[in-house]
Write a protein that binds this ligand. Structure first.
Ligand SMILES: Cc1cc2nc3c(=O)[nH]c(=O)nc-3n(C[C@H](O)[C@H](O)[C@H](O)COP(=O)(O)O)c2cc1C
Length: 345
């Protein structure tokens, strides 16, 4: 199956959905340039989802991808939450934040029937998921309007599982990737490999097209992934400095500094391992902190610390998501970057 048949796009470039640092503007620019723009929906309620989809529809007549998380909402664990708040207490005192007044709560919304109701009216051509797939009934709803379904695999087992459970293509997410690891069968991080080790293994193991993600930030990287059997590449970090992204000034500053050479997987900001630039909180608590409540509950107590620190111009408590290759980050329009990744200019 050609890329055009699968996704309706001309260039083998998918702009990775990146919750928190972009909305429809970045997706529109990439789709109009011939790649596949993605709208991350994990942080959007139904009204915001509706208005972002309306913007996408008004901004492009090309295919685009809408992306959702499909984690199982965790049970609240009072002991862990209290240990977590204890670990954060010295920082709260330093920043003048009253953690006791911060309610525990979810920070990311899994894909739901409510979201499917909103999507159904617009029938987006591509829908992608992170952390597995939604329930069979929800997945059937998405497929009922003919959507192509993508999801991330961090191991060969996950790729096989996704193929067996209805994914039309698999995103091989290498360990270099910025943002959340997409694993869903095992949280043993020692199972996870880098992009160019993982990609050929997944290509051999499944019959559906494979999309390469993680550390790919220039045309040579794209060509190498295609040579290893990828049908397309999904690039995230490379787009973070584009003017159409909503990446904060502090995040942009970190990405262009020496600091960006130091990344690690951390559970501190949401409760799930995600790759970001090492900052003070990660250095002092250790990036994979057993006290951090289960995803996405860790977010609640961190949010006011982050807000207070950012007010003073500090990213000590901010998630500075980045892959291991921030070298491809340039403040150029997303259309230009998309064409350059496809080696067109
Ligand atoms: C800032 C940031 C946010 C991300 N958010 C999401 C998300 O909302 N959904 C998702 O499926 N993947 C997300 N990812 C992971 C990407 O889909 C992809 O795996 C990754 O960007 C590829 O590696 P690269 O960043 O080195 O290009 C995010 C990545 C980054 C850098």
């Amino acid at each position: 199956m050609t890329l055009h048949d699968l996704l309706g796009i001309e260039l083998p470039i998918i702009q990775a959905p990146m919750a928190g640092v972009q909305g429809s503007a970045l997706a529109i620019a990439v789709s109009n340039a011939g790649g596949l723009g993605s709208l991350p929906c994990a942080l959007l309620g139904a009204d915001a989802l509706r208005s972002e989809l309306a913007a996408l529809r008004a901004g492009t007549d090309k295919p685009y991808n809408v992306n959702f998380f499909c984690h199982k909402p965790p049970l609240h664990d009072a002991a862990r939450e209290s240990a977590w708040r204890g670990a954060l207490a010295p920082y709260a005192r330093e920043l003048g934040v009253d953690l006791a007044s911060v309610p525990a709560g979810a920070g990311r919304i899994p894909f739901s029937n409510e979201a499917a109701d909103v999507l159904e009216a617009l029938a987006p051509r591509v829908v992608s998921f992170h952390f597995g797939l939604p329930s069979p009934a929800l997945l059937a709803r998405v497929k009922s309007w003919g959507a192509t379904v993508l999801s991330s695999a961090t191991t060969v087992d996950e790729a096989r599982w996704l193929q067996a459970h209805g994914a039309d293509a698999v995103i091989a997410q290498g360990l270099e990737a910025g943002g959340h690891r997409g694993h869903f069968l095992s949280d043993d991080l020692t199972l996870q490999a880098g992009t160019f080790a993982l990609l050929p293994q997944i290509v051999r193991a499944v019959g559906v097209p494979v999309i390469a993600a993680g550390g790919i930030a220039d045309a040579n990287g794209v060509a190498a992934a295609l040579a290893l059997g990828a049908a397309a590449v999904q690039a995230g970090t490379a787009y973070l400095l584009c003017p159409e992204a909503t990446t904060s000034a502090l995040h942009r500053e970190a990405l262009t500094s020496e600091q960006a050479r130091h990344t690690a997987l951390t559970t501190l900001f949401t409760g799930r391992p995600a790759r970001g630039i090492v900052n003070r909180l990660m250095r002092e608590l250790g990036p994979l902190c057993p006290m951090a409540p289960e995803f996405p509950l860790a977010t609640a107590a961190i949010a006011p610390l982050r807000a207070a620190a950012e007010k003073h111009g500090s990213s000590d408590f901010s998630p500075l998501w980045s892959g291991q290759n921030a070298g491809g980050c340039r403040a150029v329009p997303a259309a230009q970057l998309t064409r350059e990744l496809a080696d067109l200019q």
